[in-house]
Design a protein around this ligand. Structure first.
Ligand code: ATP
Ligand code: PYR
Ligand code: K
Ligand code: MG
Length: 585
């Protein structure tokens, strides 16, 4: 049985679109409702229709705002219901669907930073099995050859083993940081020691107690008496003397120095933003890395230390002109005071954002980080941009096989905020327990999501309209309504047929109770949708004919045991503006 609500739109500037829907989803008009939309000439006509499962052939009248009707013509029927073709879904999703039924699949997405502890093919496979949706490579570390090897391995894993792990490249950015410690994995700074921070270049090994600094203006910008903080205070020094390019510093808080650790300096309790505030967000080295990312076909580029929306816009147009299919998503990393100042326009300009709590916590008081996180997560949701919560989620698991209770509480809070994705950094890049850390993220996510279902706690939040064009508004309204219906009717899944992924993200934005099966024709769109909350991306060839698409999908999913007869679903698509409610035949 099926029911549908169709939205037919006409305007003086547009000819009515036509399509056919035939058995078993025959729509017989039961009434119509006129909604004036804004103060324009355009009027949305909503026709509520109910199905009639008799053998009659399709017939439908298109109602327009001036009352003139048009008979729908036949759409091309690319796929018959017998033509099952194939559907691509990753092995993890498939197994999850089969084992747990689809209501209990994980909604929160998981990202792992890949480093020496996780770059082996088997290690990557273990992470993929454990639920890694996106692999992140950080261009701060390692060589391009090393990153290329990781990308190749992930792609091979996807091809050979049926995963759909996306790749995110993270730029180095040109904020001040230390060099690579002459190849050492770490160095210990003790209380009272004098270290030399210098902009001079050395061939390894470095002289004892020497730290190279990437920023040429460093020695000029700092003043005697300044505090120099490594990684936001993990190690602290005081500047005691400046000699040409060398800055002598006294260690006042001892600790472990890690390669390329971030450096900030503070004067009278305030972060110093001198000429370093003028450093370009994307350095010349970053541009080369970006060219590398485009050539390798990464799915996301995360931009470090974004200050304004302009840099995001610039990068997006650069990618558009160069990327093969122009579809690398740009993620703005929110990790500086400047990015907080221009938050809304930065998020608006980008395809997603990351709450990069590591560096953010080195620029603003730590106690302010949680509220900024909440604000960013909320804003991204409102503006319909995926958001990642990153850094120190399970920091202690770099060394220990279980997390602290406080870390579990922090992860829980990020899941509760319904951020799209959680990210591991050092835990998976160089920690001792990458897989165990990922398991913790997965279990905590599943646990909280299950509680929502048990308590039938719908996510009710007022989502402002985000669209400027009329046809986008219709998509948005359809998705909002479909998600609400899905909650109220307790359906098993939402199906969305979307070529560019937009309708899928609009549904994800509503954070419905049931999972969202997103069917898309492009592999690259499918991988990108992997970052978004609640979306289960499938790749499927489909036509403009929704009936045949649904038939095809049902038989393919059914054949693989991913749905069963009687399951209740709601389907929407960006080809036919309708909401259909039906049981799987
Ligand atoms: N490709 C790599 N090669 C070697 N070590 C790596 C690599 N990627 C990450 N690491 C290690 O893992 C740690 C955490 O990784 P992460 O990506 O969070 O970097 P980060 O240096 O803290 O900076 P960012 O602010 O860019 O995230 C790093 O400090 C580094 O020691
Ligand atoms: C992820 C990152 O860049 C940070 O937390 O600083
Ligand atoms: K980075
Ligand atoms: Mg950072």
């Amino acid at each position: 049985m099926s029911h549908a609500i169709n939205f037919f739109v006409s305007s003086s500037s547009r000819s009515p679109s036509t399509f056919t829907i035939s058995r078993p989803w025959v729509f017989v008009s039961t009434g119509s409702l006129r909604l004036p939309v804004k103060k324009s000439l355009r009027t949305l006509v909503v026709k509520a229709t109910a199905s009639d499962l008799d053998e009659s052939q399709s017939s439908q009248v298109l109602v327009t705002d001036n009352g003139s009707g048009g008979v729908l013509s036949s759409a091309t029927q690319e796929y018959g219901s017998n033509n099952v073709g194939s559907i691509e879904v990753d092995t993890v999703t498939e197994a999850e669907l089969k084992e747990n039924g689809f209501r209990s699949t994980r909604r929160t997405k998981l990202i792992c930073t890949i480093g020496p502890a996780s770059c082996g093919f088997e290690q990557l496979e273990a992470l993929a099995v454990e639920g890694m949706n996106v692999a992140r490579i950080n261009m701060c570390h390692g060589t391009r050859e090393w990153h290329r090897m990781v990308i190749e391995r992930v792609r091979r894993l996807n091809e050979e083993k049926g995963f759909a792990v996306a790749i995110m490249m993270d730029t180095e950015g040109s904020e001040i940081h230390m060099g690579d410690l002459g190849g050492a994995s770490s160095a210990k700074a003790e209380d009272g020691e004098i270290w030399n921070f210098t902009v001079r270049a050395f061939d390894p090994p470095l002289p004892e107690r020497t730290i190279t600094v990437n920023y040429d203006g460093f020695a000029e910008d700092v003043k005697v008496g300044d505090d120099l903080l490594v990684d936001g205070g993990m190690v602290r020094f005081e500047v005691i003397e400046k000699i040409g390019p060398d800055v002598k510093c006294l260690c006042t808080d001892p600790g472990l120095l890690l390669p390329r650790a971030n450096l900030t300096f503070w004067r009278d309790g305030k972060l110093v933003r001198e000429r370093n505030a003028m450093l370009p967000t994307i350095s010349s080295k970053d541009w080369l890395d970006i060219d590398f990312g485009i050539a390798e076909g990464v799915d996301f580029i995360a931009v470090s230390f974004v200050k304004s929306a302009e840099v995001i816009k610039h990068l997006k147009s650069y990618i558009k002109a160069r990327a093969r299919d122009g579809d690398i998503a740009v993620i703005a990393k929110i990790e500086s005071i400047d990015s907080l100042r221009n938050l809304e326009e930065i998020i608006q300009a980008s395809d997603g954002a990351m709450v990069a709590r590591g560096d953010l916590g080195a620029q603003i008081p730590l106690e302010q980080v949680p509220s900024e996180q909440q604000k960013i997560v909320q804003l991204c949701r409102q503006l319909n941009r995926p958001v990642i919560v990153a850094s120190q989620l399970l920091e202690s698991m770099i060394e220990y096989p279980i997390p602290t209770r406080a870390e579990v509480a922090d992860v829980s809070e990020a899941v509760r905020q319904r951020g799209d994705a959680l990210m591991l950094s050092g835990e998976s890049a160089m920690g001792q327990f990458p897989e165990k850390a990922l398991t913790v993220l997965r279990n905590v996510s599943l646990r909280i999501e299950r509680r929502w279902r048990e308590q039938k706690r719908h996510e009710i939040i007022e989502l402002p309209s985000i669209t400027s064009s009329f046809s986008d508004s219709i998509s948005e309204e359809i998705c909002n309504s479909a998600a609400k219906m899905a909650n109220n009717l307790e359906v098993d899944a939402l199906f969305v047929y979307t070529k560019n992924g937009h309708m899928a993200s609009l549904l994800s934005r509503c954070r419905p109770d049931c999972p969202i099966f997103a069917f898309t024709t492009a592999t690259s769109v499918r991988r990108r949708l992997n970052l978004q909350w609640g979306l289960m991306p499938f790749r499927l060839n489909y036509s403009d004919d929704m009936e045949s698409n649904l038939n095809k999908t049902f038989s393919l999913l059914n054949a693989r045991g991913m749905i069963k007869s009687g399951d209740l679903i709601i389907a929407v698509s960006d080809m036919l503006q309708s909401i259909q409610v039906m049981n799987v035949p």
